[in-house]
Design a protein around this ligand. Structure first.
Ligand code: NAD
Length: 252
């Protein structure tokens, strides 16, 4: 029987893979057989070494994912290196914390530009390329628990991640017929830089942990199975869906 999860011969672009969940997902895609194009602001040496150890190739694109021109640049570099693209993981994201009453325009725009505007324009550039290749493609956006909940002191982050959930459905509706699967993963509370401040706050940290049925914070490894599923033929009839990888948080 064919292995439906096999990504051999596929090319995956992943944004923000020098650390955290992006690094975990890039490694998982490479272990499943894909060559990786990573888009980061600096060379992700650790990730590159981990991927090359799997026997797959890694190409680094150095660019700022909050700049619109990065979308075309990333696709162009992927094509000139590997000749095609098959998978896009829109992972790069930031968070800003402040009381809503004091929240600045800068903290609003920085988060919205990277976390949702660029998810759209990166997806658009990828879809144009897949259509011109006359092939199929898989887009996986990274959402959040705050795609479902309001959160505290993170109004632009909640707005951006709620936007990612809606955008995932909107793009799936237009592109499913073009052979492009658009889905998302909503990670729960994971041990990365993004949650450093939460984990350092004893009260918030024990409140959060007490609500997670699995009884622990998630890790980048926990993203491996879901990302390979959504990037592969195993999910070929899954469109517009956001999978929570949250240790059961949303079930409470
Ligand atoms: P992280 O801070 O370790 O990773 C964020 C990544 O985005 C890094 O690789 C960073 O370099 C990159 N990045 C940020 N700004 C960029 C820019 N302008 N250009 C290019 N790259 C840029 O945190 P993480 O937890 O691994 O976050 C990855 C994704 O997961 C984000 O979208 C985040 O919102 C989402 N997420 C994280 C959690 C969690 O609990 N850690 C939960 C839900 C969703």
């Amino acid at each position: 029987m064919n292995n439906m999860f096999d990504l051999s011969g596929k090319v995956a672009i992943i944004t923000g893979c020098n650390t955290g969940l992006g690094q975990g997902m890039a490694l998982a895609l490479a272990q499943a057989g894909a060559d990786i194009v990573g888009v980061n602001r600096s060379v992700p040496s650790e990730t590159a070494a981990l991927i090359e150890k799997t026997g797959r190739r890694f190409h680094s694109v150095i660019a700022d994912m909050s700049k619109i021109e990065t979308a075309d640049l990333a696709i162009k570099e992927a094509i000139s290196t590997f000749g095609k693209v098959d998978i896009l993981v829109n992972n790069a994201g930031i968070i800003r914390r402040n009381d809503a009453i004091d929240f600045t325009e800068q903290d609003w725009d920085d988060v919205m530009d990277l976390n949702v505007k660029m998810v759209f324009f990166m997806s658009q550039a990828f879809a144009k390329q897949v259509i011109s290749q006359k092939s199929t493609g898989n887009i996986i956006n990274i959402a959040s628990m705050l795609s479902y909940q309001g959160g505290i002191r993170v109004p632009s982050y909640t707005s951006s991640k709620s936007g990612v959930l809606g955008l995932t459905k909107a793009l799936a509706n237009e592109w499913a017929q073009k052979g492009i699967n658009v889905n998302a993963i909503a990670p729960g509370y994971m041990e990365t830089n993004n949650t450093e401040a939460l984990r350092a706050d004893e009260n918030r940290s024990s409140e959060i942990l007490g609500r997670i049925p699995a009884g622990r914070w998630g890790t980048p490894d926990d993203m491996a199975g879901p990302i390979v599923f959504l990037a592969s033929d195993a999910s070929r009839y899954v469109h517009g869906y956001t999978i929570a990888v949250d240790g059961g948080w949303l079930a409470r």
